[in-house]
Design a binder for this molecule. Sequence first.
Ligand code: ADP
Ligand code: MG
Length: 401
Amino acid sequence: MNIHEFQAKQLLRGYGVAVLDGDVAHTPQEAQAAAAELGGSIWVVKAQIHAGGRGKAGGVAVVRSLGEVAAAADRMLGMRLVTHQTGPDGKEVKRVYIERGCAIARELYLAMLVDRKSGGVTVMASTEGGMDIETVAAETPDRILTLTLPPATPLQPFHARRIALALGLRDRQLSAAAKFLTALNRAFTDLDASLIEINPWVVTEEGDLLALDAKVSFDDNALFRHRRIEELRDDDESDPLELEAARHDLNYVKLDGNIGCMVNGAGLAMATMDIIKLYGGEPANFMDIAGAATKERVATAFRLVASDPSVCGILVNVFGGMMRCNSIAEGIVEAAREVGFDRPLVVRLEGTNVELGRQILGQSSVPITSAATLSDAAQKIVHAVRSSQGTGALRLVKETA
Ligand code: ADP
Ligand code: MG
């Protein structure tokens, strides 16, 4: 789960991480009032969406009067901000964060994340702050320092010192960096975060160290013990189909391609997506119906996949173990008929009651192509979608992905 910058800063402040004062606003009037309350003569108006790259896209404005605060907020609120992280549709700005402005001497990069290999927390730091860290990693990887802490071990003063020295921090900034890093590490562990990224981590002209931006992602599996964090969830930032699927306890992830996938079990889902790609297709989603034992839930899952306008065809690949193939077939036929599904539909069933399942599919009025094996199924759906779209369609999806 992700949260907004203003929420991340509020949380981090509680752990003693240095951030500037700021307040959130939903209207230009609120923005102006927030700036007046903060005082000073320079403010920064920042669009709050779950994506980075706002600065380059016009979502961060440095202003010098209360009138300009209101004008910047008025321009940003309601706009669809398109950054390199939002995709071409962008994200609607529903709130802005009004923050004190600061004079920046240096922009550094700092992140903490879980290192899957060691199971410990890795600290990443770089002198190249304010930039896309992926670009830094690709072009000047030697400018990124990584330090992996042993599992279940908090960051120690000597770790902090090593990081700070590598970033060229000296004198009183060394102790400030140690304080900052220790506080950030405590927040990371305490909140069950999976990522905290501070980009930029700035040195001000006065020599102070501050988190000027903050991205915090949480481990969803640990959210049950953080009710306060769960309340920060912003449904506006999620894909509506993913939300609807979650309401039905279905594991659904939207992807960029045009072949809808309905499978049971995450392993089979991955294998199905791989083999679709192998035959030149692109999956439009990941829909795992494992545990959806009734035909009603299979039908719900099918309706959700079919309701995605980018889906040009659906591949159902289910191994009926606990779940019987006849229930799956009934669910598919019912939902396909109900939504008037007229795009290619390939079904591969195996397992308990498979004959009965095939019979139901065969006798239905819905045009369904049966497949015997996984590769047969993948080839058939890729071919069918390609023929229904003309050969250009798949290529187009690839290019825009
Ligand atoms: P994003 O990463 O989405 O582009 P940031 O919060 O990192 O957004 O802001 C982009 C840039 O705007 C920063 O690199 C920094 O140079 C500047 N900036 C952001 N907040 C402030 C602030 N409070 N005072 C001065 N400059 C700021
Ligand atoms: Mg940033």
